[in-house]
Design a protein around this ligand. Structure first.
Ligand code: FAD
Length: 398
């Protein structure tokens, strides 16, 4: 037996019918209670669609509980809220991850969102006019399913030759730990994206040994602040510009603030920051000290990793370096292959081909949210995508 919620706050019970097939929920099941799933569920309920949320963990914001202890958002407080809730007075401009955990809980409580915790959705199947979900607590069915399981679900490390024999440590940026743990250590950070710069920003405040940054491309990089102004505050304006214009504004800002980073081994990004969000899903990196450390020679930019040896790392240039620890800031995968792999809706990297209000006409009722990075950040994007999906579902039901 399960309950769903409608806008009127009424709770509708859905029970299995006598054949053993689950009754079909005449509404939507949202998979995942992160920012994207919560915002979508809220919008659906507001639009009068009976909705249920399935969350594999036993509490909200599990990914944020595990992020490193000093993690603060790169996105501004006022632009990182969910509908009807905001951060309490006194929250810094870039909230600590603990404030995000509180925000999620406030949001779910304020709107009394119907979340079934501890339910893992393993696979979904299209049944012509509805979706069957195979879950850890038995099958469920609904006319619509909104997949909001996160685009940074599984840390990804490339299979570098020789990495198993390396005598040092290799950690993914998801398991960065505390910056102080790296004191006195020689550290190689691989990847000049958002996570790579987050690690370097924190490491640049610690007395480490030599640091290296291995960069495949120049980054799309913006400062976290210019003077006292949080750069993310401009994100709504940037998001409203055509991508090429936003690319040009970002490139000009990067050049103006940091000067020519090519002198330090970081060429301009191969394509603009806004364009890359859509083409290779690379988020814009935020600098908060790393560039100063690069300019001071504390961080040396080096070419791509070719292979590992027992005592070091060989770079594409043939040069060898000997870090104690390698931080692989090499991205994440959605891990959606088991759940939806057979439906042909994922690209080669496992990213859904459709996101937000766009969907596959051959698979009506299947929606994805939170699967692309955005200039606005994940919270504002969650609201926009959630509202758009709810609008389309509500329209189809009329
Ligand atoms: C280090 C780091 C820093 C970041 N900083 C920022 C920032 O400053 N600003 C910003 O806007 N974004 C930031 N992001 C990005 C942001 O965290 C993610 O894009 C965002 O959390 C995605 O939200 P989501 O709801 O899509 O996914 P998630 O937060 O990952 O939520 C997905 C939910 O789905 C559940 N789930 C997964 N699989 C299943 C299943 N099979 N069955 C049931 N439930 C399931 C999970 O348990 C989880 O609760 C950061 C990311 C990282 C890694």
């Amino acid at each position: 037996m399960t309950t769903t919620k409608t806008r009127m706050g009424m709770e509708a019970e859905i029970s299995s019918d006598w054949t053993g097939e689950p009754a079909i929920l005449e509404g939507a099941i949202v998979i995942g209670a992160g920012a994207a799933g919560l915002a979508a569920a809220y919008a659906l309920i507001e639009a009068g669609v009976a909705t249920e949320i399935l969350e594999r963990e036993g509490r909200l914001a599990e990914p944020w509980h595990h992020r490193h202890e000093n993690l603060h958002l790169n996105t501004h407080r006022d632009l990182s809220t969910l509908p009807g809730v905001s951060f309490p007075k006194g929250t810094p401009a870039f909230p600590h991850r603990s404030a995000v955990i509180r925000l999620f809980n406030d949001f779910a409580q304020t709107h009394r969102l119907p979340i079934a915790f501890g339910v893992v959705v393993d696979e979904i199947e299209f049944r012509g006019d509805h979706w069957l979900l195979k879950t850890s607590t038995g099958p469920r069915a609904a006319r619509h399913v909104v997949i909001a399981t996160g685009r940074d679900r599984q840390p990804f490390i490339p299979a570098w030759k020789g990495m198993k024999d390396f005598s040092g440590k290799i950690v993914h940026s998801a398991h960065f730990g505390r910056a102080s743990d790296y004191a006195g250590k020689k550290v190689l950070v691989v990847g000049a994206g958002n996570s790579g710069f987050d690690a370097l920003n924190h490491l640049s405040g610690v007395e480490t040994g030599q640091m290296w940054l291995s960069a495949r491309n120049g980054p799309s990089l913006l400062p976290k602040r210019i003077g006292k102004i949080a750069v993310h505050r401009f994100s709504p304006v940037m998001a409203s510009l055509p991508a090429r214009l936003a690319d040009a504004v970002m490139a000009a800002t990067q050049r103006l603030v940091f000067g020519d980073l090519g002198k330090y081994g970081l060429p301009p990004a191969p394509s603009g920051g806004a364009s890359r969000l859509g083409s290779d899903y690379t988020a814009i990196a935020a600098d908060d000290g790393a560039v100063d450390a690069i300019k001071a020679g504390r961080i040396i930019v080096v070419p791509q990793v070719k292979e590992f040896r027992h005592d070091g790392v060989v770079l594409e240039s043939g040069q060898s370096i000997a870090p104690d620890t390698v931080i692989a800031a090499t991205g994440y995968r959605t891990g959606l292959e088991t759940m939806v792999g057979r439906l042909g809706v994922l690209d080669a990297k496992g990213v859904p081909l459709f996101n937000g209000p766009a969907n596959d006409p051959k698979l009506p009722g299947l929606w994805f949210t939170g699967m692309r990075p955005s200039i606005r950040g994940c919270f504002a994007n969650a609201r926009i995508q959630g509202a758009a999906i709810a609008g389309r579902i509500a329209k189809q039901r009329r």
